[in-house]
Design a binder for this molecule. Structure first.
Ligand SMILES: [Zn+2]
Ligand SMILES: [Zn+2]
Length: 616
């Protein structure tokens, strides 16, 4: 009896596409075991959907070979959300080719061809792939004497399987795009053409995924950065280096103002440090040993080597060390929006998300060991307060513990890990432990924020450090007059301003909340006759501290409103004859909601309500 027959007997033939027998995944055409437990695999299981995706790759390759017999086949695995298959072809496939391939696939699906498996000695298998050098190479690499081949609609492939029983069982799919890929990922090898496809168990899931991709494209911060004139990256300046345009710079200034105000309020001292320092400093800090590949080359000045800073820590340590500290002075908290420079290969750079020069919202805390608990708890509190202000309410939190190689005493490690843990628990934050994933100098908490589309972004980090205080001898005088070593915490909440700004742009799709919006209000007179009142309104709002622009062009009102919406300005004030005679304004929200006419003061009150609620 085959597994399929067993499935029929158990009434599972409709849903099952494969089976798990004693831990191994099997085709339904495989014999049913005597007695061993069988778990049916359906397209909605993680294993099942992978089988569906990989089977779809076979069906696609079958379609390609049918339409392009000269294409040489290589490999086609399942990946997240879909699959790909690499082909060796003279000219890469065009979008029109992909449409034809999709049609052919639909034919194969409709015909419901069975997937059949053969197990053959390698020597026999080699004979089955005439004119397919990649398959010959792959078979040669397999250590087992017997290999398995799968066939669907006459298309033969080397494969471990399992597969869906027949081509009609693959789900909903769509071919997305092509890309170049080297055979075996090695740039010395031939460049192949990869076709990427999405595949899901149902059309509903595929559609939801395609909608998400559409939304991600719409929100791309590089696109919105251009459209809203926020920032640019310019080849004359250099890759990975950001030019902040006035509108982006305004948002950044507000982010920075908020950050500075709240840090001062939370007991931090704000400092500044230079962008370069003697190379020797980075030898002491250990960066030359551990971090050199991420640093730019040294700069020679008067026969001495200087280094563009990849981090701010040593500067803050030197400020701490500029005088003798008593145990009563601690904790000392230094915060800086410190711009650092790190070497990243040009191929890895990506808009604002991966750059070569960026500003960390950095701080270094110097503590006595007995202060760890309380300090980490209030730090976590402060971190969440900052993230919430920017509209992030959901997080993935990770606690990384002691790795095999570590600096500092076991006792301190245990204390620090316990402090991090208890802070997370007191805050009621669910977290995952990454055992052994701490930095060699101390354990850490990493917080990934979740954006509007549910995507995770690593931003905040809180790292305990036992190593730098030792390297730089950062100490304090204890109650008994003896010198004691301070514990240090490195922390960044937004991480990098550039990256965080990029995430914010995508999170809000460029429609910043009123407190962050580069322009908060557009004043739109209906005709020239209301221009004077319009200008007075602009002046009065500006005086009240509102970021306001007026559109006095001789354009139709509808046009002006549409433009204001495209620029994602939170409020448009339409000024017609009625507004002028009644000395009022009629606000219109970005989304289209019309507010009643009101005196200007009242409108300023609404704006205040939306901007001031931050200082809770
Ligand atoms: Zn396969
Ligand atoms: Zn640091």
């Amino acid at each position: 009896m085959t597994l399929l027959e067993l499935a029929k007997k158990e009434g599972k033939a409709k849903v099952a596409i494969a089976a798990r027998v004693g831990g191994a995944l099997k085709d339904l055409s495989a014999p049913a075991p005597d007695g061993a437990a069988v778990a049916w695999v359906t397209p909605t299981d993680p294993d099942g959907i992978e089988i569906v995706r990989h089977s779809t790759a076979h069906v696609m390759a079958a379609a390609v070979k049918n339409l392009f017999p000269e294409a040489r086949i290589t490999i086609g695995p399942a990946i997240e959300n879909g699959f790909y298959y690499d082909f060796d072809v003279e000219t890469p496939f065009t979008p029109e080719d992909l449409a034809r391939i999709e049609e052919k696939m639909a034919e194969i699906v409709r015909a419901d061809h069975p997937f059949t498996r053969e197990d053959l000695p390698k020597a026999d298998a080699l004979k089955r792939f005439p004119g397919e050098p990649y398959k010959i190479e792959l078979i040669g690499d397999i250590p087992d004497p017997v290999v398995s081949l799968y066939q669907v609609d006459g298309f033969l492939d080397l494969c471990r399987g399992p597969h869906v029983p027949s081509s009609g069982k693959i789900g909903a799919y769509k071919l997305m795009h092509t890309a170049g890929a080297y055979w075996r990922g090695d740039s010395k090898n031939r460049m192949l053409t990869r076709i990427y496809g999405c595949a899901f168990a149902s059309k509903k899931e595929l559609d939801a995924h395609l909608r998400l991709l559409e939304e991600i494209k719409k929100r791309d911060h590089r696109k919105l950065g251009r459209e809203l004139d926020l920032f640019s990256i310019n080849d004359d300046i250099g890759p990975g280096l950001i030019l902040w345009h006035p509108k982006g710079a305004t948002v950044r200034r507000i982010m920075e103002d908020f950050w500075r105000t709240e840090h001062a309020r939370a007991g931090y001292d704000l400092v500044f440090s230079p962008h370069i320092a003697r190379l020797e400093l980075w030898r002491v800090s250990g960066h030359l040993d551990f971090y050199r590949q991420s640093m730019f080359s040294a700069i020679e000045v008067e026969g001495q080597d200087y280094q563009l800073k990849p981090m701010n820590c040593p500067f803050h340590i030197q400020i701490y060390k500029s005088k003798i500290r008593s145990y009563r002075d601690l904790p000392v908290r230094y915060a800086e929006l410190g711009t650092v420079y790190r070497y990243e290969p040009s191929g890895t750079l990506h808009g604002l998300l991966r750059v070569r020069g960026f500003t960390q919202d950095d701080a270094h805390l110097f503590l006595r060991p007995d202060q760890l608990d309380e300090e980490i708890f209030s730090l976590l509190d402060f971190t969440l307060f900052v993230l919430r202000r920017f509209g992030f309410e959901k997080y993935d939190v990770y606690l990384s513990t002691r790795p095999e190689k570590y600096a500092g005493s076991l006792e301190n490690w245990a204390k620090a890990e316990a402090a991090l843990k208890s802070a997370l628990e007191r805050k009621g934050l669910p977290y995952a432990v990454d055992p052994g994933e701490g930095v060699f100098y101390g354990p850490k908490i990493d917080i990934k924020i979740k954006d509007m589309l549910g995507r995770s972004w690593q931003c905040s980090t809180i790292q305990v450090d036992f190593n730098n205080p030792e390297r730089f001898d950062a100490a304090f005088v204890g109650p008994d007059g003896s010198g004691q070593r301070a514990i240090m915490i490195h922390r960044a909440l937004m991480g990098s301003l550039e990256r965080f700004f990029g995430v914010l742009v995508e999170h809000y799709a460029g429609a910043f909340p009123t407190w962050l919006a580069p322009v908060q209000v557009d004043v739109l007179p209906v005709t020239d006759k209301q221009a004077d009142y319009g200008r007075d309104t602009v002046a009065a709002l500006r005086k009240a501290g509102v970021r306001v622009e007026g559109d006095f062009r001789n354009e139709k009102l509808g046009f002006k409103i549409r433009e204001s919406q495209l620029r994602k300005v939170p409020y448009a004030l339409v000024i017609g004859e009625r507004e002028v005679t009644q000395k009022q304004v009629t606000p219109r929200r970005r989304g289209g909601e019309q507010l009643p006419s009101m005196p200007l003061d009242e409108f300023v009150g609404i704006l205040r309500g939306e901007t001031d609620n931050q200082s809770t």
